[in-house]
Design a protein around this ligand. Structure first.
Ligand code: GLA
Length: 722
């Protein structure tokens, strides 16, 4: 059992192999946080009550004992002496915003129930703590899930209206997690299009650090991830508490430090432009927050997220299945192709080891550029006479499976769909809508619109032999408004968009279990755990330049496993950066994930084809490690001239270490010190034809023989010798 309740002191102990999470129900009946960190004993932790300067706080309701003004809540509510960020704000019928959530009972269940209509993690023993306001009967069920072998707690809250009146939620976060009075920095992953998930640190001073999205997507701008890291934390040392939201719409994550120095992390659905009506008997389920603990630096936190996502989030059918090695035509042709061009491209890669041809944007409606046809999911016969079949047949003849691009959530003004149903586009009647990439978005809050999307996409999938789908999303929501929601419910739009998105994913992705679905959002603008539930891999960035990719992939690996990152070799000079990296470097960096190629294959020289063939042979030899290994990051490209990933088998019997040097002139002789090997094991290193112990490799290091250029890479293989 991983969850214990001590009835005498009303302490809850949530335990996995390495961590403990302890809270109690205090005398007032509030849930009081006591501890989250390395595994400790099941002791009475009442002694942790703190006493401070009374004037900062009011007493707790009905209390004279000052201790309770300083208690660390498991959920914060407004209108008491607790002035921290409330976790929930509820508007009562008489207009007041007070609630006091008292413990009324709990359940411990062996396996976690799914969140209704939303992606969530599987399995794990779960505590459901029932809290209720005595006066209004507004309730909150706090869910805590524990996995025996992961330093992770999964939390969420279900808000319940048990009263006889309508209630309105102005805020309904997923969790609040108290932090001790220590100096933390806050790590977030920020970015923009073609520059996703860059590591950013902010000092947690007194006050609030807040990141959010108001875009109805998790966004390239700030990933739904926040971590409190102790000062000076490295990959291997320091305390880290990381939180990742299983959510794809407008979210908020905050870190707060109070006047008394204690801290808190909290967040969930963004309460900006949010309001949720709860009729008597109704509930609102907040999305899950995955909370990982490490006292051994960022590396261990990342490995905890990677493991828990592979074990409990990503579709089990695909999590360990070898990923398709694709050729995608987008950077090669953009919209300028016809059947013959695609057939020629497929022929050109025959025998190179590529197993899937993905036909990207431009095959449908009358789509010659980005001004038209989104929503018209029928074949553009002028480009593809006779439909997709001749192209698919040619792809099959050349030994590959076939993949197709869709952007299901979108509508072009110049489309048959828009001409028939202008009201399907999100917007306020009578007001000119904002375009972005010259397109509008479909109103996924409406069932009729969702049904159209599901039927039209599924029709193409049913009528053709399609093994792979790339699901794109190239803009963010504006003009937030739903024709179907009553005026007083319009602030439910952003969350209802997420629920609509999950509904169409459920019906299209899970409805076609034999098709492999890749996620995409103008590159990596919707790279979040909720999307990983549907899409085992996501296009990491529209920026395929190997140098820029070292940072994008390093930042992405902070929470997400290598297998979830689609990484392609593209032509030079690179489309985004205009930089020219060698074929070898492009291959080595693109092979740190689900790999593929993205260029006009009809322009490949024989030499380049031979290089691709060899790269794919090499990739296939270690691609099983991309799926299930432990990642040890060494050199950090955000901090210096180098990059290093050691990808180590779970049993430590083999590893692949990829390293990279940005500028040749800096530190030409630089050793690398791969981590994560077994010090006792002996490893054969083919690149040096030598066998060394893990201890020697990790401590004495190795010198990569980089080519004498900028942007150079080198790969070492380590194979256990028994
Ligand atoms: C987005 C994707 C690209 C490509 C184009 C097509 O930008 O990220 O990979 O599919 O759309 O329009």
């Amino acid at each position: 059992m991983a969850i214990y309740f001590n009835e005498e002191n009303r302490h809850f102990y949530l335990e996995s192999k390495d961590v403990s999470y302890v809270f109690r129900i205090n005398r007032i009946g509030f849930a009081e946080h006591l501890y989250f960190g390395n595994r400790i004993g099941r002791e009475n932790m009442e002694y942790m009550q703190s006493i401070g300067a009374g004037s900062t706080y009011a007493q707790m309701p009905g209390e004279r004992n000052q201790c309770y003004s300083f208690y660390n809540p498991e959920i914060c509510f407004y209108g008491t002496g607790d002035y921290r960020e409330p976790t929930v704000m509820v508007k009562n019928p008489q207009g007041d915003r007070l609630c006091r959530l008292h413990y009324i009972g709990h359940d411990i269940i062996d396996t976690k129930p799914r969140v209704k209509g939303m992606p969530s993690l599987s399995g794990g023993q779960t505590l459901i703590l029932h809290l209720e306001d005595e006066l209004t009967r507004f309730g909150a069920d706090l869910y805590y899930t524990v996995y025996e072998d992961a330093p992770v707690i999964v939390r969420r809250i279900v808000y319940k209206n048990n009263s006889q009146n309508d209630l309105i939620l102005d805020r309904a976060y997923s969790f609040a997690l108290s932090l001790p009075n220590k100096d933390y920095d806050i790590l977030t992953l920020c970015g923009s299009w073609a520059n996703e998930r860059q590591m950013q640190y902010t000092k947690l001073n007194r006050g609030v650090v807040s990141i959010d999205s108001k875009r109805c997507t998790s966004s390239a701008v700030l990933n739904p991830f926040i971590a409190a890291v102790s000062h000076g934390t490295t990959e291997e040392q320091g305390e880290v508490i990381g939180v990742n939201l299983v959510y794809s719409s407008s979210y908020i994550l905050k870190a707060e430090r109070n006047p008394d120095g204690k801290g808190m992390l909290c967040g969930g659905i963004n309460d900006f432009d949010f309001e949720w009506h709860l009729a008597p008997g109704e509930e609102l389920e907040a999305p899950e927050a995955v909370i990982a603990y490490s006292d051994k630096g960022l590396g261990e936190m990342s490995r905890a997220f990677h493991d828990v996502y592979r074990d409990h989030l990503i579709n089990p059918r695909y999590v360990n299945a070898k990923r398709p090695i694709v050729i995608n035509n987008w950077e090669g042709t953009a919209f300028n192709f016809d059947s013959q061009k695609i057939i020629d491209m497929a022929k050109a890669v025959k025998g190179l080891g590529i197993d899937t041809f993905v036909l990207d944007d431009g095959w449908f409606g009358r789509r010659d550029d980005d001004t038209s046809s989104l929503g018209d999911w029928f074949v553009y016969e002028d480009k593809l006479p006779g439909g997709l079949k001749p192209v698919i047949d040619a792809v099959h003849e050349n030994g590959m499976r076939f993949g197709l691009w869709f952007e299901p959530e979108m509508i072009s003004e110049d489309s048959e769909l828009y001409r028939a149903h202008p009201d399907y586009a999100i917007g306020v009647p009578g007001r000119v809508r904002c375009t972005s990439r010259r397109q509008y978005m479909l109103d996924l809050t409406r069932k009729e619109v969702r049904d159209y999307i599901v039927d039209s996409v599924n029709k193409v999938l049913e009528e053709n032999e399609i093994d792979y789908v790339k699901w794109d999303y190239n803009r963010n929501v504006t003009d937030n408004y739903s024709l179907e929601l009553a005026p007083e419910r319009q602030k439910e739009f952003a969350h209802r968009y997420a629920l609509g998105l999950y509904d169409i994913c459920e019906r299209i992705v899970n409805g076609n279990p034999d098709i492999f679905f890749e996620g995409c959002a103008g590159g990596g603008a919707r790279f979040d755990p909720a999307m990983l539930y549907y899409f085992p891999q996501i296009w990491t960035s529209d920026n395929t330049d190997a140098e820029d990719r070292t940072r994008i992939q390093y930042g992405t690996s902070i929470c997400y496993p290598l297998s979830t990152m689609s990484c392609h070799v593209s032509a030079i000079p690179n489309h985004q950066s205009r930089r020219s990296c060698s074929m070898r470097t492009r291959g080595d960096i693109a092979h740190l994930g689900a790999t593929g190629y993205e260029l006009d294959t009809t322009l490949l020289t024989d030499e380049e084809k031979e290089a691709i063939k060899e790269q794919i042979i090499a990739y296939k030899e270690f691609s099983h490690l991309i799926l299930s290994s432990d990642l040890y990051r060494t050199e950090n490209p955000f901090e210096g001239n180098f990059f290093g990933f050691n990808i180590v088998a779970k049993d430590k019997s083999e590893a692949v270490f990829t390293c990279y040097r940005r500028h040749k002139v800096e530190e030409q002789v630089k050793f690398v010190y791969p981590r994560g090997l077994d010090p006792e094991k002996k490893y054969y290193i083919p690149e040096r034809d030598v066998t060394l112990s893990g201890a020697t490799i990790m401590n004495a290091g190795l010198q990569p023989w980089y080519p004498h250029t900028d942007f150079a890479s080198y790969v070492f293989h380590f194979k256990e010798v028994k």
